[in-house]
Write a protein that binds this ligand. Structure first.
Ligand SMILES: [Zn+2]
Length: 199
């Protein structure tokens, strides 16, 4: 475990450097004048542009693989799937460690889960929060809104330690220094994070 933790800490450091490089590449977008605190082309949490989707279920498509996610699924069982939140296009602006925990069954919210599904979702939230903390997150925010996609998806949003104190939890993924990755770096991060799943 020690070697795994040390390894992922080293990777997190490398990713931070990569994120700086990646961010440099997207600076023109992030720095564009706007009256909104949210960068153009990003939703509140920097995830997929669900407003660009058809009336099919984006989450079901991410579970089935019809819509790819960075580094493939972190965990998938009969009841729950966990994956790194993607950006549909271009996949060069992914917030490191922003995870979704979703029930595999198409159900709108917590109230629709069976007890067994609720237990599986809860355990996945706990386990992957711990994995993110092992990767160096100083805090993991857990959010469920459900306004855009009618399939329960719980957001796990890490707060990385370089985040300034004045950046609120709502903006840990879209301040100028946020750890943003391209698809290759995100896949590497996901692979390292998956390796911590020995608890
Ligand atoms: Zn669905």
């Amino acid at each position: 475990m020690f070697d795994t933790v040390a390894g992922i800490a080293a990777l997190a450091s490398n990713i931070q450097q990569s994120a700086t490089r990646v961010f440099d590449a997207v600076t023109p977008i992030a720095a564009a004048p706007s009256t909104s605190p949210i960068s153009p082309g990003r939703t509140r949490h920097g995830c997929a542009r669900v407003d660009d989707m058809s009336d099919t279920c984006l989450v079901c498509d991410e579970i089935s693989g019809a819509v790819p996610v960075p580094g493939e699924h972190l965990e998938t069982t009969d009841l729950v799937t966990v994956f790194q939140c993607p950006v549909l296009a271009p996949a060069t602006d992914i917030y490191a460690g922003y995870l979704f925990v979703v029930p595999r069954r198409h159900v709108a919210g917590f109230s629709g889960l069976t007890d067994t599904e609720a237990a599986a979702v809860g355990l996945a939230i706990a386990h992957w929060s711990k994995a993110l903390e092992l990767a160096g997150a100083e805090r993991v925010y857990v959010v469920r809104t459900g306004h855009a996609v009618d399939h329960l998806h719980v957001h796990l949003i890490p707060r990385w330690p370089e985040t300034p104190k004045e950046v609120s939890w709502l903006h840990v993924d879209d301040w100028d220094g946020a750890r943003r990755l391209d698809s290759a770096d995100a896949a590497e991060f996901v692979s390292a994070l998956r390796a911590t799943r020995s608890f």
